[in-house]
Write a protein that binds this ligand. Sequence first.
Ligand code: AMP
Ligand code: MG
Length: 617
Amino acid sequence: MTEAIRFGIITVSDTCFNGTKVDTSGPRLKKEVSEIFPSCKVVETALVEDELEKIKNYLETWADNGICDVILTTGGTGFAERDVTPEATRQVIQKEAPGLAYTMISRSLQTTEMAMLSRAVCGIRKRTLIVNLPGSEKGAVECLGFIKRGIPHAVDLLKSFDENIKAVHSYMQNKRPEDRDKKIEKDSISPSKVKMDSVATRSRTSPYPMLEVDEANEVILKECSPTLETEAVHFENALHRVLAEDVFAEEPVPAFRASIKDGYAVRSSDGCGNRYVKEVAAAGDEPFKDELKEGEAIRISTGAAVPAGADAVVQVEDTTVVETSADNKSEVIISINSLPKAGQDIREIGSDVPANSLVLKKGDRITPAHVGVMAMLGKLEVKVFKRPSIGVLSTGNEVKAPGDQLKPGQIRDSNKPTLVSLLKKYHYEPVDCGTVMDDPTSVKAVLHEAFSKNDVVISSGGVSMGEFDVLKRVLVEDFGAEIHFGRVNMKPGKPTTFATFVYGEKLKKFFGLPGNPVSCGVTCLLFVIPTLRYLERSTIYQFPVINVQGSLINRDSRPEYQRVQVKVDSGYFVMKSTGNQISSRLNNLVDANGLALVISHQKLTNFNVLLFDEISC
Ligand code: AMP
Ligand code: MG
């Protein structure tokens, strides 16, 4: 059994000890330890002056009496005469652990050259690991961060927790090199509780009842309550997000009377006939202060402010020049040839958007036009609903990254890239949580990591009836998850699984999609995308369904979602199958923009087709 790691923290400082300074590093380290290792305890803290014997005394007492598994010291590692923490440490340790000191120095050098002066010593006394950290609060926390991943495993090695050691090794070996840097928590690397059944005696029927697709979606809705948390974003980054506030116009648009045409601003009461051209008003010019008088006109361009006194704009096409200046360059008198009406070609103040009016509604999904309206109103920051954070992972001993060299029997992972791209298409920002082998402890570790960072985790593979399909059992036995469904009456996608459980006080949602690439894509469309949209906005999302004629046959007993290509021909929808519908054949999704629901063994000529992509003509 794993026990909580017991930490001891010693602040070594003359000034803190004699009260001229307050010890902030010790308390900060204590807080940091409990955040990094939530299930561990800080059992001892001490404040000691820079005295070799006194430091040694603490180290020996806590190590020899088995009080602490890890002792962190902060302070006394500098070049001052009284800085003796490394010397005290060296005198008590029985084995050095130079890798820890090396890690801290090499990582610190990336930030400051002065890390070259570090004298930290790390080592082992009996079954206790002793680590010297710098005295400054920032340095101590940073250095602890650099070595935190090694600490649980070091403690396991010291205490010979065989099972934990095996779990870490299995986890590290099963992860791709780029995933290895990710944080590992102590509880995430304890072994899974799942004991693999003997193949001969395992159950040969699924314990999960078969749900219809609609029932499965109802179950999901029932189990997911949107949190509707909000965040403020800059309006230019708000595209595709959902508005969490009504947006009102603080000012009228236009804010001044604006000309709709290039022409002349006039008084309509002057009627047709000659006008003296007084001034020019270009767009962007400050509005004229003087009122337009009888017989006057102002040459005006589209978007310019109409001067006071003018109540009509006459377009240039309806005018002629009567008299020009001596150099022939400017107009002096023009003639208005069509009778102006009051208000003609003027956008009155607030005629587009009245002041204080509601312009954009809470719940709207933000389109480019919404962004434009926000720009127009000067609404620079807008409240939107937070999107769920999503982790995506693949499972399977045979599954390798697309760039890996394949051995016989191995395949390239096409599911994760498909899922990630599909989610991005719907404007989510999924995180790659890696690929995990089909062994319960590795699955447990990867799920821990995925759930620690995401609200929703989507995996592919490992949910069928095979002896290596361990996902459901790990979820139930290690996470206490409730599997709401584990089988759906559909083709492709029968093993689709949905589970929830509370992790870190949050309700996590898990979708276990089938491993077959087409099944994976289809079930993501049918179950995952609508759920994510519901979680974001709390309204039920459905893809459009159209009725299309065609000749499709389903020889299976389950309702089948056949991949089809829908087109518009002479104003009518037409569709054709994308070919062989076997669920491993990903190409049959490539040309598809629709899923035609084909009920088994029925001769139909009309089908409901769910459109999930654009229709090209
Ligand atoms: P499973 O659901 O794990 O039983 O896998 C069903 C089928 O899908 C097997 O042929 C797997 O090799 C294949 N498969 C599983 N995961 C992936 C993946 N990430 N990419 C491509 N094929 C996969
Ligand atoms: Mg598998």
